[in-house]
Design a protein around this ligand. Structure first.
Ligand code: ZN
Length: 281
């Protein structure tokens, strides 16, 4: 999109950003001055939260505007220390117009405990359908250029990624969309955590994952990220545009999803067999 954002539209974006900032703070998805949000105003300018302010109390006039060369165009404070992560998302995904970075506690706990695979697994149909999976990127020092580098392999087909030991990044066409994906990530983590307390979480059957993957791909959701989640990095070629999947690619993706689920199921069976032997002995 070219040209300046009309003032009325920019004012709405500023108000939305503050409202979502309050929500993520009040819901415990960030603490203190953590987290940051941004939205594209046009091809050159990004509206984002400033560094060092609590998202629970930011005002529209606190927000800053930067360009892709990190020049501060508007505002009295420096841009968020994680602005490079946001720029990386926009540069990798032209369809992305908004980014939310938070520290959802349950989701981050999975990465600290080395249980990222459990979070990435295909347990919840709506997560498979809309997010594909919730992969975890390797650890990178917060605030450095290594953070966007660690996320780069996932952008081809993921809208929600966990940053190892750190937080999450969710993207969307709007700020609300990016926020709702964060909401889904933490909720999925809470359900998976409770399921693990009650027993061994059971992945969805492969045929159901296939059905959901097809439905999600038809609707333009990034259903394809399950392979990224289970293999670390998806080896499939990136789709030509952010959401459009060719028939060929879609089939390859579904095949990868199925293979990953089969492997997970086989592993679980092996573990079960192993524990039976130990118990029997
Ligand atoms: Zn952070």
């Amino acid at each position: 999109m070219n040209g300046a954002t009309p003032w009325r539209a920019e004012r709405t974006l500023r108000e939305d950003m503050c409202r979502i900032g309050r929500l993520i703070y009040e819901r415990g998805l960030v603490a203190a001055t953590d987290g940051n949000l941004s939205v594209r105003l046009d091809d050159e300018r990004i509206l984002c939260t400033p560094s060092g302010l609590c998202k629970g109390s930011i005002e529209p006039s606190d927000l800053v505007v930067v360009d892709f060369d990190l020049n501060l165009l508007e505002g009295d404070r420096p841009a968020s220390s994680e602005i490079l992560m946001h720029l990386g998302a926009y540069q990798s995904r032209p369809d992305v117009r908004a980014v939310v970075h938070a520290h959802p506690p349950t989701a981050v706990a999975f990465s600290i405990a080395g249980q990222s695979d459990a979070l990435a697994g295909a347990h919840l149909p709506e997560v498979v359908y809309t997010l594909g999976a919730i992969p975890t990127a390797r650890y990178a020092t917060p605030g450095t250029a290594d953070v966007p580098a660690s996320l780069e392999p996932y952008w081809g087909r993921c809208d929600a990624i966990i940053l190892d030991r750190h937080g999450s990044i969710t993207v969307g066409a709007t700020l609300w969309e990016a926020y709702l994906k964060l909401d889904k990530v933490e909720h999925a983590a809470q359900v998976t955590f409770m399921a693990a307390l009650l027993g061994t979480p059971r992945p969805l059957p492969a045929e159901e994952v296939e059905k959901l993957a097809r439905q999600g791909a038809e609707r333009g959701y990034p259903t394809a990220c399950s392979p990224c989640a289970t293999d670390g990095v998806c080896e499939l070629p990136a789709p030509e545009d952010g959401n459009g999947l060719s028939q060929e690619l879609e089939e390859a993706i579904v095949e990868e999803v199925l293979r990953a689920v089969r492997e997970m199921t086989a592993e679980k069976e092996e573990q079960k067999a192993g524990s039976t032997v130990v118990e029997a002995g």
